[in-house]
Design a protein around this ligand. Structure first.
Ligand code: KG4
Ligand code: ZN
Length: 337
């Protein structure tokens, strides 16, 4: 086994969905560079991520993105201790581009390779904030993104207990689908966040789907209720702000209610929000207002997909001596626990 070290300089690569990203992260906490080539404009015309288009675009830009990450960090590959890459969950064709790039670099430059779980990356985006010294376990993490809505109790570095998750649509998926029926550009989340600020959140009473027991979520009924409500209006006269605000409040209420319940049940020292939807202002505000423990969330650029979070997660595996085989494969439905 390789010698165990306490410090690290990691080149991280993330291509699980529609962002081609590379970053250099020091000691799991300091971002030396964080390059993100977003494909949002490319997919907006389809109203969602088109997998084949995504992987083709990753192939086109992965080399310059990795190169730029090294240049901005003022480093060459010789200065790097380890190559980390998202191995799953995600789109198979997209993941393959990042994993093959990482394997190639590791093999050519004799560097250790670490395959990282994308969800664990989102969780570790919190270690890239300046609140890192205050973190104590056990803490509760709510990962809310386009593909996931999951509650984990984090009992130590790399040790998680899965408490619950969505039974149907992810929270971000609900934002994107409601955005589409409201005629908003893809992805719907940021647009709804903006429009809702000018709307009346009590204009429509949408279902919360807060099941009595457990810590699971369900958002598909809410999405359907919004679509049904919109049918009552003439297309040009939809009260977009009010619908956006009422929908957003229903999502936020369900997320906060379950998170609050879990934080109390498990004696969490704090609640961490991560993933694209954690950029939502109403979610941040309501969670902070209603919970009795500190609520932390990443800066907006670290909420959505990026490679710095992958480097932060990889650090803890690296200093614990984990090294992956160079023949690792992608796992599109990789679970955290
Ligand atoms: O984490 P992420 O970049 O990708 C996945 O791993 O899925 O999350 C993207 C999701 C999209 O569904 C997008 O609509 C949502 O995050 N999102 C937001 C906001 N910003 C991004 N949802 C609500 N409010 C926002 N401000
Ligand atoms: Zn993500």
């Amino acid at each position: 086994m390789s010698a165990i070290r306490q410090t690290s300089r990691i080149l991280a690569i993330e291509t699980s969905c529609d962002e081609t990203a590379a970053a250099v992260v020091e000691n799991g906490r300091t971002i030396l560079s964080n390059i993100i080539a977003s494909q949002i404009d490319l997919h907006a015309q389809y109203g969602g991520v088109f997998p084949e288009v995504a992987s083709r675009k990753h192939v086109e830009v992965i080399h310059p993105v990795v190169e730029q990450a090294l240049v901005e960090a003022h480093m060459g590959l010789d200065d790097i201790d380890c190559i980390a890459v998202t191995r799953g969950p995600g789109l198979v064709g997209s993941l393959l581009v990042g994993v093959n790039m990482a394997k190639g670099l590791a093999l050519a430059r004799h560097k250790p390779l670490l395959g990282v779980n994308h969800i664990e990356g989102h969780i570790y985006s919190l270690w890239l904030t300046d609140q890192v010294d205050e973190i104590e376990f056990p803490l509760l993490t709510l990962v809310v993104s386009g593909g996931h809505t999951e509650l984990y109790l984090m009992v130590d570095h790399g040790r998680y207990q899965h408490l619950g998750g969505t039974l149907d649509d992810a929270a971000g998926e609900a934002f994107d689908k409601v955005g589409r029926v409201l005629g908003l550009p893809f992805p719907g989340g940021p647009a709804i966040d903006r429009l809702a600020a000018a709307g009346n959140a009590s204009a429509y009473k949408f279902p919360r789907a807060v099941m009595e027991d457990g810590f699971n979520f369900s958002f598909s009924g809410l999405k359907t209720a919004v679509a049904r409500q919109i049918k009552h209006f003439d297309k040009a006269r939809i009260p977009v702000e009010d619908v956006a605000a009422s929908f957003q409040t229903a999502v936020v209420d369900a997320l906060v209610t379950k998170t609050e319940r879990a934080a109390l049940a498990y004696g969490a020292t704090a609640v961490h929000l991560a993933g694209g939807v954690s950029a939502n202002r109403e979610l941040r505000r309501t969670m902070t207002e209603r919970l009795k423990v500190p609520v932390r969330y990443p800066s907006p650029i670290l909420c959505t997909d990026n490679a710095a979070m992958i480097g932060a997660a990889a650090h803890w595996h690296f200093i614990n001596g984990r090294r992956d085989n160079l023949n690792i494969d992608v796992i599109p439905s990789l679970q955290l626990v």
